[in-house]
Write a protein that binds this ligand. Structure first.
Ligand code: SAM
Length: 217
């Protein structure tokens, strides 16, 4: 297999191509099925001066809310899609002094944040890291300070093969594969699996803490 066919190297390009068009209709359509985003934000720690990094921030749905709710938080959004980030940039203009947007392919060892994060947030992005979700979780572990939190909302699974295949065509993997890897790296504070659309699929809310050796006996 040549590098140009290897899914590990083509995942960023696939995302860039997919969102070139979908960025235009993203905010108008996704609210109808990306459940749990507001609920996850309510589960975040209520601490002042927190540094939060959202990986796969898209058009800035979460960052906009966080910037309004927490005037002293420092927010960083990372995304591989220029077209999604252009929309986030416009939506976050009013908060541009403390919200930083970075166009990057996030993954293990791709780059280092200048300062460790208190929270790394993944909202409906990890199931699109195909392949590469393990590397993204490992990088989040490295990017967090000891005692920092990872917060994830995403598709979990579906009992319907046709629906799994259809989501696959939209680059979403829905096989309950995130949870074991999250639990392997982080101490679980919240783990909820909730039904959506009368059981057509289930989605996952997970908040975990990076172990802090200094506070462990
Ligand atoms: C479904 S959107 C979610 C956007 C936003 N978090 C939300 O909740 O509305 C998934 C986002 O993940 C981004 N993404 C996918 N793979 C990525 C990668 N390897 N590095 C950075 N961002 C990535 C996509 O470009 C897209 O903007």
């Amino acid at each position: 297999m040549s590098a140009s066919e290897d899914p590990a190297t083509t995942q960023p390009q696939t995302m860039q191509r997919y969102y070139r068009w979908h960025a235009r209709i993203y905010d108008a359509t996704r609210w109808a099925f990306l459940f749990g985003r507001r609920r996850l934000l309510r589960l975040l720690p209520e601490e002042p001066n927190l540094r939060l990094v959202e990986v796969g921030c898209g058009t800035g749905f979460n960052l906009r809310r966080l910037a309004r709710q927490h005037s002293n938080w420092q927010l960083v959004g990372i995304d591989v899609s220029q077209h999604m980030l252009e929309r986030a940039f416009r939506a976050l203009k009013a908060h541009s002094r403390r919200v930083f947007l970075i166009e990057k392919n996030y993954g293990k060892g791709h780059f280092r944040l200048k300062e460790p994060a208190d929270v790394v947030l993944f909202s409906y992005s990890l199931t699109m890291f195909n392949p590469g979700f393990e590397g993204a979780i490992e990088q989040a572990y490295d990017d967090l300070r000891p005692g920092g939190r990872i917060a994830v909302v995403d598709f979990h699974d579906t009992p319907f093969g046709w629906f799994r295949n259809w989501m696959g065509l939209n680059h979403v993997r829905m096989e309950g594969h995130l949870l074991p890897v999250l639990k392997q790296h982080f101490d679980t504070s919240t783990c909820q699996i909730r039904p959506a659309f009368g059981g057509l699929w289930r989605y996952l809310l997970f908040v975990g803490t990076k172990p802090n050796p200094a506070t462990q006996g």
